[in-house]
Design a protein around this ligand. Structure first.
Ligand code: FES
Length: 140
C-alpha cells in the first residue's frame, strides 16, 4: 500500500485555498517545535459563518494537504462547526495519514482554532476560554 492516499497527494499537489486574505477577520499561526513547520490560516467571517478562508503553510506535504482539506471543511460553515473540527476528522477526510504524520493534521486543527480565537479577541466577542486550550506538542 502506498504511504500516502490519493487524496493526500491530490491536496498536496493542488492545494485549495492557498494564499492570504488582506481583509481577514481572524488570523491563526501555529508551529510544531519538533519539525519546525508553520501554518497560518486566515478567516473572513460574516454573521458567524466562515465565508472565506486561506492558508499559508511552510511545512511538509502532509501539513499542506491537511491545511488544504481543513480549509475546505470549514469554508461556508458556522464558527461553531469549525471549532468542532478535529485533526482526526481532517486525517480521515484525507483517507488517512501515516502515524508519524498525524501531528501535521494537528497543526490544521490548531491553526483554525487560533484564527477563531483571534477573531473573537479582535472583535470584542466574549467566549469560554475552555474552548481554546493551549496548543499541545503532539507526540510522534
Ligand atoms: Fe511537521 Fe508535517 S512534518 S507538520
Amino acid at each position: 500500500m502506498p504511504l500516502y492516499s490519493d487524496k493526500v497527494m491530490d491536496h498536496f499537489r493542488n492545494p485549495r485555498n492557498v494564499g492570504k486574505l488582506d481583509d481577514a477577520d481572524g488570523i491563526g499561526e501555529v508551529g510544531n517545535a519538533r519539525c519546525g513547520d508553520i501554518m497560518k490560516i486566515y478567516i473572513k467571517v460574516e454573521n458567524d459563518i466562515i465565508v472565506d478562508v486561506k492558508f499559508n503553510t511552510f511545512g511538509c506535504g502532509s501539513a499542506i494537504a491537511s491545511s488544504s482539506m481543513a480549509t475546505e471543511m470549514i469554508k461556508g460553515k458556522p464558527i461553531s462547526e469549525a471549532l468542532e473540527l478535529t485533526n482526526k476528522a481532517v486525517a480521515e477526510a484525507l483517507d488517512g495519514l501515516p502515524a508519524h504524520k498525524l501531528h501535521c493534521s494537528v497543526l490544521a486543527e490548531e491553526a483554525i482554532r487560533a484564527a477563531i480565537k483571534n477573531y473573537y479577541d479582535t472583535h470584542g466577542i466574549s467566549y469560554d476560554p475552555a474552548l481554546f486550550p493551549e496548543p499541545h506538542d503532539e507526540e510522534e
